[in-house]
Design a protein around this ligand. Structure first.
Ligand SMILES: *Cc1c(COP(=O)(O)O)cnc(C)c1O
Length: 217
């Protein structure tokens, strides 16, 4: 696969559900990818990327930004409160707001800095004990709590259980977003982004289908 093939498939999926071309943001997930592959995608003009670790992103994106200019960087992996400051300095979008303690930390940083990355609340749609995210039935109260802290919550994000039909989880996330007046949905990865677009995804997070298999470690 390649960026061009994936972009074509995204456009076809948009067309199938009558959505305008380019209405779905393709977040190219560059975690654990060799720099040469990331550079190749930057050279093709792509500017929206996702990373799941603050440390790893801090090691490569400042230099890429110097060379390639404006990049929109999304944090898509768990954020420890003690890394929140580094995260808000590095990322344009934080997709993993998943607990009150992190909301408090991000609100304090937003006040201090006079700005905040855009935020997505991560929902644990499968209610998996090992997975981060707000339980579906608590999403409304948590979104309200975040709004009360003046946090710029744009939408919801989920990672469905590996062994279940993703469409059901995408539909649940879309319903929760509607109920809470949110119009952005980050859902869908390499294996299921077309399903996610059909269910209303505005952001898809695609790694291996663009870059190839990740390097171990
Ligand atoms: C790694 C990762 C992705 C991308 O996964 P692929 O299957 O390589 O497309 C998407 N979302 C999250 C949260 C991830 O950690």
């Amino acid at each position: 696969m390649s960026l061009i093939e994936i972009t074509d498939r995204v456009h076809a999926a948009e067309a199938r559900c009558g959505r305008p071309e380019g209405s779905v943001a393709l977040v190219a997930v560059s975690k654990k990818q060799p720099d040469t592959r990331v550079e190749a995608v930057l050279e093709q003009g792509h500017r929206v990327f996702g990373e799941n670790r603050v440390q790893e992103a801090a090691g490569k994106w400042p230099a890429f930004r110097e060379r390639f200019g404006d990049v929109s960087l999304h944090l898509i992996g768990p954020l420890q409160t003690n890394k929140a400051r580094q995260a808000v300095e590095l990322f344009d979008v934080i997709e993993v707001l998943d607990r009150p303690k992190l909301a408090t930390a991000l609100a304090r940083l937003a006040q201090e800095r006079g700005e905040s990355p855009e935020l997505f609340v991560q929902v644990n749609t499968g209610e998996e004990p090992q997975k981060a995210g707000i339980p579906p039935q608590e999403t409304g109260a948590f979104v309200k709590h975040c709004r009360g802290l003046d946090l710029p919550v744009k939408g919801l994000m989920c990672i469905p259980p590996a062994e279940e039909e993703p469409a059901l989880h995408f539909a649940l996330l879309a319903k929760l977003a509607r109920e809470n007046g949110l119009d952005h949905l980050s859902m869908g990865m390499s294996a299921d982004f077309e399903t996610a677009i059909a269910q209303g995804a505005t952001h898809i997070r695609v790694g291996s289908a663009i870059f190839g298999e990740r390097v171990a470690g």
